[in-house]
Design a protein around this ligand. Structure first.
Ligand code: NAD
Length: 355
C-alpha cells in the first residue's frame, strides 16, 4: 500500500515525523513516499502543489498531509500561496466529503474552556461538503459596484452555489455515517435567507426517505453555532456546506480542549482520502518541538480505517493514544493539572511504546 506523505510547512514536518514513526511501528509493509507541498512546494519548484507531488497523490492509495502556510507567504499572489495546495488536492482528487470528529477524552475535560459537564464524553462528527459553495462558486472578483447605494465604489463579490446532485452526494455520505453512529443527523443551513440553503434543505428531506432509520433535523447556522457551546452533546452527526462547515468544525474542535487532538479525513466517492490534522501549520510554535502530534497520529489511524481497510491497526493506534493520555503525558496545548508536559517527540515515543 502506497501512502503519499506530505509534511508541508511550520509544525508539519515535526508532527508528520511522529505519525510516520507510529505507522512504522505497526509492523505492516507500507510504502511511504514523501513530497513537498505548500510553502515547501513553492520553495522547491515555484508552486504550492508541484506537478510531481500531485502525481504522487494521484498514484497513492492514501495521502497523509501535515499542514501548510506561513505568514512569510502572505504577500504572494493568491494562486501561489501555500493554502492553495490543499484546495488543489481536494479539487483534483474530487475529495468532497470532509469528516471532522470532535471527541472530548475524559482525561482532557479540564483542557476545554467549557464546563466539564457540558463536554465530558462529547463525541460528534461534522460532515462538511468540500468542493462547492462560496469558496469555489463563480463569478467572483473585484469590480466597481454596478448598482446599489454604493454604485461605482470598489466592491468584492463571491457566489454561493450548490447543485442538487452535489447536495445529494454529501447527504448520502452523512446519512450513512449517521447509520453507523447514534442515527441522528442535523443538517445545518440558512434556509430562511439563502436560496442555496433552501435547495440544500429540500434535497436533504428528499434523501432522508431512503434512510428511515436515521432521524433528520434542520438547524439554522447561527443557532447551530450557539447550540454547539450550549448543549453540544445533543448532536450526533452534523452535515453542512463548505463555509458553514469550515467555521462550525473549528468551533467544535475547541469544545474538546485543543485543536491539536483532532484528526480529519477528506474522501472521494471510492473512499480514497486525504488525512490531516484539523489545525494549521502553527508558525508561532514551529521548530520548538512543542507541537502536539496526536491529531496527525489519529489522522493516520483514520487513514488505516477508511482508505486502507486496516481497522484493527486503526483501533491499536487509537487505544495507544488513550493510554498515553491516561499515563498523564500532555503537550502544552492540552496541559492539565494532573498531567506532565512533554515535547512532540516524547509524546510520539510514548505512543510507540503504548503500541
Ligand atoms: P493554526 O491552527 O495553525 O494555529 C492556531 C493556534 O493553535 C496557534 O496558537 C497554534 O500554536 C495552535 N496550534 C495549532 N496546532 C497545534 C498543535 N498541533 N499543537 C499545539 N498547538 C497548536 O491556525 P492559524 O494560526 O490561523 O494559521 C497558521 C497558518 O496555517 C496560516 O498560514 C493558515 O493559512 C494555515 N492553515 C493551514 C491549514 C491546513 O494546512 N489545512 C488549516 C488552517 C490554517
Amino acid at each position: 500500500m502506497k501512502i503519499a506523505v506530505l509534511p508541508g510547512d511550520g509544525i508539519g514536518p515535526e508532527i508528520m515525523a511522529e505519525a510516520v514513526k507510529v505507522l512504522n511501528a505497526l509492523g505492516e509493509k507500507f510504502e511511504l513516499e514523501e513530497a513537498p507541498v505548500g510553502g515547501a512546494g513553492y520553495e522547491a519548484s515555484g508552486h504550492p502543489l508541484p506537478e510531481a507531488t500531485l502525481q504522487l497523490a494521484k498514484e497513492a492509495d492514501a495521502i497523509l498531509f501535515g499542514a501548510v502556510g506561513d505568514w512569510k507567504y502572505d504577500k504572494l499572489e493568491r494562486a501561489l500561496r501555500p493554502e492553495q495546495a490543499i484546495l488543489g488536492l481536494r479539487k483534483h482528487l474530487q475529495l468532497f466529503a470532509n469528516f471532522r470528529p470532535a471527541i472530548c477524552y475524559p482525561q482532557l475535560t479540564g483542557a476545554s474552556s467549557l464546563k466539564p459537564e457540558i463536554v465530558s464524553g462529547l463525541d460528534i462528527l461534522i460532515v462538511r461538503e468540500l468542493n462547492g459553495d462560496i469558496y469555489f462558486g463563480a463569478p467572483r472578483g473585484l469590480r466597481d459596484a454596478p448598482d446599489g447605494l454604493f454604485q461605482g465604489a470598489k466592491e468584492g463579490f463571491d457566489t454561493m452555489r450548490y447543485s442538487e446532485p452535489e447536495v445529494r452526494r454529501i447527504a448520502h455520505v452523512a446519512f450513512q455515517a449517521a447509520q453507523k453512529r447514534q442515527k441522528k443527523l442535523t443538517s445545518v443551513d440558512k434556509a430562511n435567507v439563502l436560496e442555496t440553503s433552501q435547495l440544500w434543505r429540500d434535497t436533504m428531506i428528499d434523501v432522508a426517505k431512503e434512510y428511515a432509520d436515521v432521524e433528520l433535523s434542520h438547524m439554522y447556522v447561527d443557532n447551530a453555532a450557539m447550540q454547539l457551546v450550549k448543549a453540544p452533546k445533543a448532536f450526533d452527526v452534523v452535515v453542512t456546506g463548505n463555509m458553514f462547515g469550515d467555521i462550525l468544525s473549528d468551533e467544535a474542535a475547541m469544545l474538546t480542549g485543543s485543536i491539536g487532538m483532532l484528526p480529519s479525513a477528506s474522501l472521494d466517492k471510492n473512499n480514497k482520502g486525504l488525512y490531516e490534522p484539523s489545525h494549521g501549520s502553527a508558525p508561532d510554535i514551529a521548530g520548538k518541538g512543542v507541537a502536539n502530534p496526536l491529531a496527525t497520529i489519529l489522522s493516520a489511524a483514520m487513514m488505516l480505517r477508511y482508505s486502507l481497510g486496516k481497522t484493527e491497526q486503526a483501533d491499536r493506534i487509537e487505544s495507544a493514544v488513550k493510554k498515553v493520555l491516561e499515563q498523564g503525558f500532555r503537550t502544552g496545548d492540552i496541559a492539565t493539572a494532573d498531567g506532565v508536559v512533554v515535547g512532540t517527540k516524547e509524546i510520539g515515543d510514548a505512543v510507540v511504546k503504548a503500541l
